[in-house]
Design a protein around this ligand. Structure first.
Ligand SMILES: O=C(CO)[C@H](O)[C@H](O)COP(=O)(O)O
Length: 218
């Protein structure tokens, strides 16, 4: 097993302490969350059910006999566990490398506590080295791309990829994101954008970062 994967497992293990007995848990998407889902299998008796942010996570949860319910059936989500592509020290994130950003953002908005789990490679001074994913209604792809260029980015169409919502993704390169909240709002105002992968208006509440020198919690 490579070092990075080992760190993802370490972060996921620490996140188990946020489980709340008898409650619904929100589950994100990605390889780090997959580590958490696998660990959750041994604790499934403690939770009421899971709300999932993607078809991929739903499938993994169901394979482990963890009940998955629709978000509309959940009165509240005390805790949401998810990974990130980048985080800064304010726990503002870039997410959506796996293309699940919209459902992830919806669950994060509902959740009382958003716990981000990540390995050390995700921690950055300034967001933007990782291309910012933007989910777009297919017919608006070219128009949205032109607007993203005006904002200083270089959008690239993620070819061959369709989101769980039937939309496409533009990955925006070369953005140096010094004001994440403002950029998040600006991009969301472009007609045809479903959402973008900046989680700055609703950042994580806690970060569990696995590093070579141990777990750091923020
Ligand atoms: O936002 C995401 C999926 O849409 C993931 O959380 C993000 O891409 C991190 O994934 P990984 O844990 O595989 O590095």
């Amino acid at each position: 097993m490579d070092k990075q994967h080992q760190l993802k497992i370490e972060a996921a293990k620490v996140a188990l302490k946020y489980l709340q007995d008898g409650e619904i848990i929100g589950i994100g998407t990605g390889s780090t969350v997959n580590c958490f889902i696998d660990l959750l299998a041994d604790h499934k008796h403690r939770i009421k059910a899971a709300v999932s942010s993607s078809e991929a996570s739903t499938e993994r949860l169901k394979k482990l006999n963890i009940e998955v319910i629709d978000l509309n059936e959940a009165d509240e989500i005390p805790v949401y566990i998810d990974g990130a592509d980048e985080t800064n020290h304010q726990l503002e994130l870039i997410k959506g490398g796996g293309g699940a950003l919209t459902r992830e953002k919806v669950i994060a908005a509902v959740a009382q506590k958003f716990v981000c789990i990540a390995d050390q490679s995700k921690y950055v001074e300034t967001l933007g080295k990782f291309p910012l994913p933007v989910e777009v209604v297919p017919m608006a792809r070219s128009q949205v791309a032109r607007e993203l260029v005006k904002l200083g980015g270089d959008p690239a169409y993620r070819t061959g990829f369709v989101t769980d919502n039937g939309n496409v993704i533009l990955d925006v390169y070369n953005l140096e994101i010094t004001q994440p909240q403002i950029l998040e709002s600006e991009i969301n105002q472009i007609t045809g954008v479903v959402t973008n992968g900046l989680f700055a208006r609703r950042p994580a509440d806690h970060l569990i970062l696995a590093t070579d020198s141990g777990i750091k919690e923020y």
